[in-house]
Design a protein around this ligand. Structure first.
Ligand code: NHX
Ligand code: ZN
Length: 639
């Protein structure tokens, strides 16, 4: 956007043209003007001497070790029928008719000058200085330039120096992209669903606006604030908004950019960055992904380069006086890996959590992005927020954009609610794969599998209501899915609800077994999810009968993925496994019981689903609650 690069990078074609120009120059100057009617013939030295002795030679020129000579007109041989190719060597005194220039390699012949003079031959030496210089250029300079070009290109790629102008221009430059004060257009109004984080940062804004107020009372402003949260939650946006609100310049750089090819360069970049910041103060310095340089320093040698960079950063932050007007904001999604020294008071002494938005936050974020697009008809963003639990701000921005793209694709000029809902499906399971041909039997299996999930969910206490069932295959490889959505946001899950989730997940497979007496590979994803919930109940949530409140697993990184570490003896691990198996078995039995008890509804809804491909939660519930439509089978219980 309006960010300034330290130095514009010249495109490759520019250098190609320069190179081409140099080559043309060299060869263009080097090539002497051609004498169109001169041909050339190489002879041996004795032929030349004989011609000289016989007085036939007219003119001689010595140039770079070669003698060029012409014969007197009388002595010229008759012109040959097929003239030789003309290489256009430097002309001798031209004559009207066809001349032959003879070339002969000069020999060490000190007496030659005297003999030439005696024979009355016009002779001269052409030092060829112009050409010699060019020759030297070609021989030495061009290869050197060539290697320099290759090396600088390689270094640029290896050292990520590119952003600052390559090997030559990048040394010591901080590479920070800077946006001048007043040019940062982002404000807190562009950040939705992060009210607490905004509040924490508001103080920094007011300090930057009005530093005297703080200095008078003797307060020391925090020099830095660390924005902590999962990817996509808008940490960068938030930092930018602080600069925008305060109307100060925004210097931003990403942690990995400090990690350079050469030792010591990261540190020099830090120095440079803070020098620039002090010149521009008051301003915001934003270091994204600070964990790249701020990782804990371990005592075992480790990465010298990174430690130097970190030490430099620490000393720079200590360096500027309490109220210099430079505020450093940094973002990370692995706070636990940061060096303690970074978090000490006087450095990043403020931690600002930037969490995933809740339902209200999601709605607010959707509204902001929705304001940028044209919509049509009634748009219910709360409904979209309800079906996107766990989505980050970036995910939601993407949902809105996908919806807009979808509207354009279908030739409309505005986005509808349906576009938005379809776009959520795309985010969850990929695009529709209409071209996929599925046999009737497989369609039945898929439909029964999905209705199995839905029916088990509907018939259990503690399961979330069904929102949508579809058997349209998706590009992610999913052949169908059942979506559930809570009416209100939930923050806790009780044991019954956790178990109900497992039962619901086993419902798909249970329907397959019950109705087709066979099981398929398709349930793999359900099985993984069920297992992971069951494990978590036992090892982390204290929901097992035999283990009680003991934790056997810990989350590795709360913000990135769901990796856990096992922390128990071999025997306990084996017991946990047995308990997980038993829990899932129990859930599977329960799912089968529910489906057996509702077999006729299962058949009925599955057939509706095959016909319609997608049914909403409402339609599903309507069929479920309607009086029995099909002939009642003996074991089916009417509602
Ligand atoms: C395969 N796909 O991999 C085939 C093409 C059992 C009716 N050989 O449990 O689609 O087996 O309730 C998101 C969510 C791939 C992405 C689930 C990508 C599952 C899904 C594997 C339904 N719905 N299985 C399900 C399914 C499969 C898969 C996914 C995903 C099926 C089942 C996929
Ligand atoms: Zn399933």
């Amino acid at each position: 956007m309006d960010e300034k690069q330290a130095k514009p990078r010249r495109p490759l074609w520019f250098w190609l043209f320069v190179g081409l120009g140099v080559v043309v120059l060299i060869f263009g100057l080097g090539a002497p003007r051609a004498l169109s009617n001169a041909s050339e013939e190489e002879v041996t030295y004795d032929v030349f001497l004989t011609a000289l002795e016989e007085g036939k030679v007219q003119e001689v020129e010595l140039k770079s070790g070669t003698l060029y000579y012409t014969l007197k007109e009388a002595a010229q041989p008759a012109p040959t029928a097929a003239p030789q190719l003309n290489f256009g060597f430097r002309t001798l005194a031209g004559s009207g008719r066809k001349t032959t220039v003879y070339t002969v390699t000069a020999m060490d012949d000190p007496d030659l000058v005297n003999r030439l003079h005696a024979a009355g031959v016009t002779f001269s030496e052409n030092p060829g200085t112009g050409n010699m210089l060019l020759l030297v250029l070609i021989q030495y300079a061009v290869p050197i330039l060539f290697y320099v070009a290759i090396f600088s290109f390689l270094f640029r790629r290896m050292g990520k120096l590119g952003a600052g102008g390559g090997l030559m221009g990048g040394l010591g430059k901080s590479n920070a992209r800077s946006i001048e004060g007043g040019e940062v257009k982002t404000t807190f109004a562009d950040v939705a669903g992060q009210d607490e984080a905004k509040e924490s940062l508001q103080e920094i804004v007011s300090y930057l606006h009005n530093p005297q107020e703080y200095t008078e009372i003797g307060a020391r402003m925090p020099r830095g604030a660390l924005l902590i949260g999962p990817p996509g939650t808008g940490k960068t946006l938030m930092a930018r908004a602080v600069a925008g609100e305060a109307g100060v310049p925004f210097l931003s750089i990403s942690g990995p950019e400090f990690v350079e090819l050469f030792v010591g360069m990261g540190a020099s970049k830090v120095r440079d960055l803070f020098k620039e910041a002090r010149e521009k103060a008051p301003c915001i310095v934003f270091i994204d992904e600070i964990d790249a340089i701020g990782k804990k320093r371990d005592g075992f040698g480790g990465n010298d380069e990174r430690e130097q960079t970190l030490n430099q950063l620490l000393s720079e932050m200590d360096g500027f006086e309490g109220n210099s007007g430079v505020v450093v904001l940094a973002a990370t999604n692995r706070p636990e890996s940061l060096d303690k020294a970074l978090l000490r008071p006087g450095r990043f002494d403020r931690r600002v959590p930037v969490e995933l938005p809740d339902q209200g936050g999601r709605e607010a974020i959707l509204r902001i992005h929705c304001n940028r697009i044209k919509t049509e008809g009634e748009i219910d963003l709360a409904a979209i927020a309800r079906i996107t639990p766990g989505a980050s701000g970036a995910d939601l921005a993407n949902v809105i954009n996908e919806a807009a793209l979808c509207a354009v694709r279908s030739g409309r000029h505005a986005v509808t609610q349906k576009d938005l809902e379809d776009s959520v499906d795309v985010a969850l399971a990929g695009k529709q794969r209409k071209s996929m041909v599925i046999s009737q039997r497989e369609k039945e299996i898929i439909a029964y599998h999905e209705v199995g999930h839905a029916l088990v969910a509907a018939k259990q206490k503690g399961a979330s209501p069904v929102h949508k069932i579809t058997i349209i295959p998706r590009t992610s490889g999913a052949l169908g899915f059942t979506m559930q959505a809570d009416e209100d946001e939930r923050f806790l899950m009780d044991k019954q609800e956790a178990f109900a989730k497992i039962v619901t997940l086993t419902g798909g497979r249970a329907a397959e077994e019950l109705c087709f007496d066979s099981v398929t590979t398709g349930a793999s994803n359900d099985i993984e999810q069920a297992t992971s919930i069951a494990r978590a109940m036992i090892t982390r949530y204290g929901m097992s009968e035999s283990f009680g409140m003991t934790a056997f697993e810990q989350m590795v990184n709360p913000y990135l993925g769901n990796d856990t570490t096992m922390n128990c003896s071999q025997e306990t691990a084996a017991r946990i496994d047995r308990e997980v198996i038993a829990l899932i078995d129990k859930a599977y039995d329960q799912a089968k019981t529910i489906l057996k008890d509702n077999r006729s509804k299962l058949d009925e809804i599955a057939h509706v689903l095959i016909a319609r491909e997608t049914i909403t939660g409402q339609e599903f519930m309507d069929i479920l609650n309607a009086p029995v439509a099909l002939p009642v089978s003996p074991e089916a219980k009417p509602e």
